[in-house]
Each structure stands twice: as C-alpha cells, then as structure tokens.
Design a protein around this ligand. Structure first.
Ligand code: ATP
Ligand code: MG
Length: 220
C-alpha cells in the first residue's frame, strides 16, 4: 500500500467547469476551499475543514484516483466514467452539473442518414473510443474509429474523418467549424464517485457529505 499521511477525506476534482460547478455543492456541505486552483499552483488544496482536502487532477484522471484510493471521493463526467469503466468506484449521485450531450457530428451538407442507408463505412474521429464503438455497434454500423485527444472538430475539415463523436453543449463550436450534430448518443452530466472501500469503511464520515450534496443538487 502507498503511504497516506492524511487521515481525513480527500476529494478529487478537475479545474474549470467541474471545480466551479462543484463549489456550491461543497459549500452546502460546509466545505470552503482555501485556494482557487485557477490561480494557485497547488495540487492539494486545504479547506476550512481540517478533515477535508481537495486534490486537483486532470478530468480523465479523477476515476483513477478514486478507484485506487488516491482520493475517497471525486466528481467526474459520465463520459469520463464510461470510458474508464466502473471497477472499484461507487456512483451514488448524479450532481446534474457540467451538462452536455455526446453526439455524432458531420460537415454541413453531408447526408449522414443516406450514408448509413447505403452501408458506407465511415471514418469517425473521437476521444471517446468506447462510447463510440458501443454506439455504432448497437446500430449495426461498421465504422473505422480514429483516436484523438482533442479538437475533434478539426478532423473532418482536414479529411481525417467523415464524422466525429464529441460533447456538445451550445453547439457554437460545431457551428464555428461548419459542422452539425446529427445523432444523440447520450445525455451527459457529472457524477459524485466514491472509492468502494472508503464507502464501506468510512461510511459514517462520507455519508453526511453525500447527503449534503444530494440536498444541494438542482432538481430537473
Ligand atoms: P482536458 O481539458 O484536461 O483534456 P476535459 O476536456 O475532459 O479534459 P473539461 O473540459 O474540464 O475536461 O471537461 C470536464 C467535463 O465536463 C467533461 O468530462 C464533460 O463531462 C463535461 N463537459 C465537457 N465539455 C462540456 C461542455 N461543452 N459543456 C458542459 N460540460 C462539458
Ligand atoms: Mg476540455
């Protein structure tokens, strides 16, 4: 086992929208971060509660920290969770923050339905290999998936792919790149995740936090 000197609750968050949208939920649980990760270089952020600290990690690393006990709790997008897989992770709560949609998008004027109809083998660029593979397999479509790590919108503009699978919120980025969304794969929001061992062994410390977050979730 790796050393772990801190014996309180560690919460893994990513910078940007997840941190910003989680702040009010933390406040509802009586937790105020001692620094702002957008301006601070600290990766471990203390809070007003000596028994609670935050660790700031890459969005796609949050499930890994929680799975292996580097953090007891975390906040991660459903996209990230589905790509990572759920081993060792309990998902008690949809926080309904960082909401967006996983969609298929194509260049404006490309007839996606007609391409499917004639059984064309599409090249699809995406960061979300697992969700994309499952989606097209469920539709009985044969596609060639091309893995990217960012800026999926660029792929069809450069001939790298016929289509992309990406997260869409306002659609502004798609429009700016002359693309349009043609198919919904999944509604996405961020989830509270808990290390399974911590949930069992530290239930009395973690359950009140989960309860406070739940009370603060903005209803549908
Ligand atoms: P990185 O920027 O480090 O590569 P990332 O793009 O996954 O990682 P963020 O941009 O902070 O990190 O996104 C975090 C989460 O917010 C995503 O996993 C997703 O669930 C959600 N998200 C992504 N894009 C949007 C969006 N346009 N609107 C709302 N929520 C989004
Ligand atoms: Mg991003």
């Amino acid at each position: 086992m790796a050393q772990r000197a801190f014996d309180g609750i560690t919460i893994a968050l990513s910078k940007g929208r997840i941190f910003q949208d989680t702040r009010p939920l933390l406040a509802a649980a009586g937790i105020e971060p001692a620094a702002d990760p957008e301006s601070s270089r600290e990766l471990i952020i203390a809070t007003n509660r000596p028994d609670v600290r935050l660790v700031i990690v890459r969005a796609s690393d949050v499930p890994t920290y929680v799975q292996y006990g580097g953090a007891d709790l975390g906040v991660a997008g459903l996209d990230v969770l589905l790509e990572h897989g759920g081993d060792g992770i309990y998902q008690p709560l949809d926080l309904r923050i960082a909401r967006c949609r996983m969609m298929v998008a194509v260049p404006k004027g490309f007839d996606y339905q007609a391409a499917i109809g004639r059984g064309a083998r599409l090249r699809v660029a995406t960061k979300y290999m697992r969700m994309a593979a499952e989606h097209f397999a469920a539709k009985g479509m044969h596609v060639d998936l091309i893995k990217l790590y960012g800026s999926m919108e660029l792929a069809p503009l450069t001939g790298l792919g016929d289509a992309i699978v990406d997260l869409v919120s306002s659609g502004g980025t798609l429009r700016a790149n002359n693309l349009e969304a043609v198919e919904l794969i999944r509604e996405i929001s961020s989830r509270l995740i808990v290390n399974v061992a911590a949930w069992k062994l530290q239930r009395s410390r973690i359950a009140p936090l989960v309860e406070a977050f739940q009370q603060a979730v903005v209803p549908a």
